[in-house]
Design a protein around this ligand. Structure first.
Ligand SMILES: [Zn+2]
Length: 240
């Protein structure tokens, strides 16, 4: 039973052998779990933004992206999800040059939607409320010496809850207790928007739950000596 269900992703990705394909079609008729997953995942599959690139993208990559999202839905775990999402974006960037930032962005939109939905599955009630992306904010390097640093921040809403999702690439590495810290600027004051460490590729991601009615004018990202800054002490690396 379990084994049949595992064929769902390769089935959607059209990677099954003829005999396996036929067998799965039969399985799909009788398995309510797979039926439900199939509807959701085939939507996500077609939403994946690979089709409009002129570069031939292997179906297996699409399968990997979707397979990961699927796997995550089963196991959950916010940090691993974010880490993997970041890796996928980096993989796209490095493998299919020149891949425009917009392709990566659209991919992220597609999986952020699924990801946040899943994160919030843990919070009662929230399960069937759709996610809406309210704003996408480009992030740029703050100084010339690190001009390749770039990123995007999204404000997403689910029901009454709003989250800020910040993703940055090409960050300089940090040492020891150093962390990157996100600041939300409003009326000249800076509010802590959370901290993160970049991975070995210099990519970092963070989600921050906005308080009810919380707004801001700008986003700033600094490198801080440790995780205890209540005001910026270190250099600004990127911002909106
Ligand atoms: Zn099944």
């Amino acid at each position: 039973m379990r084994r049949d269900c595992d064929h769902l992703i390769p089935y959607i990705a059209n990677e099954l052998k003829e005999s396996e394909h036929m067998a799965f079609v039969e399985h799909l008729k009788n398995c309510t779990d797979c039926k439900k997953e199939y509807q959701e995942l085939s939507q996500a599959w077609h939403a994946l933004p690979f089709d409009y690139t002129e570069i031939e993208v292997p179906e297996s990559l699409k399968g990997e992206v979707l397979g990961f999202v699927f796997d995550h839905k089963r196991k959950s775990g916010t940090e691993t999800f974010m880490a993997k999402m970041s890796k996928i974006a980096m993989m796209l960037k490095s493998q299919f040059t020149p891949v425009s930032a917009s392709i990566v962005a659209v991919l992220l939109l597609a999986i952020i939607g699924l990801g946040i939905a899943d994160v919030q599955e843990k919070n009662r009630h929230a399960k069937n409320i759709p996610i809406e992306i309210l704003t996408a904010i480009p992030l740029k390097a703050a100084n010339q010496s690190q001009s390749e640093t770039n990123g995007i921040a999204y404000i997403v809403q689910q029901g009454s809850e709003k989250n800020l999702v910040v993703q940055v690439h090409e960050l300089p590495g940090v040492e020891g207790s150093q962390v990157y810290q996100v600041w939300l600027l409003k009326n000249g004051t800076r509010e802590n928007g959370g901290i993160f460490k970049p991975d070995e590729n210099g990519s970092g991601i963070l989600t921050y739950q906005l308080a009810e009615g919380q707004t801001f004018e700008q986003i700033g990202i600094t490198v801080e000596p440790d995780a205890n800054s209540s005001q910026p002490r270190g250099e600004k690396i990127a911002g909106s």
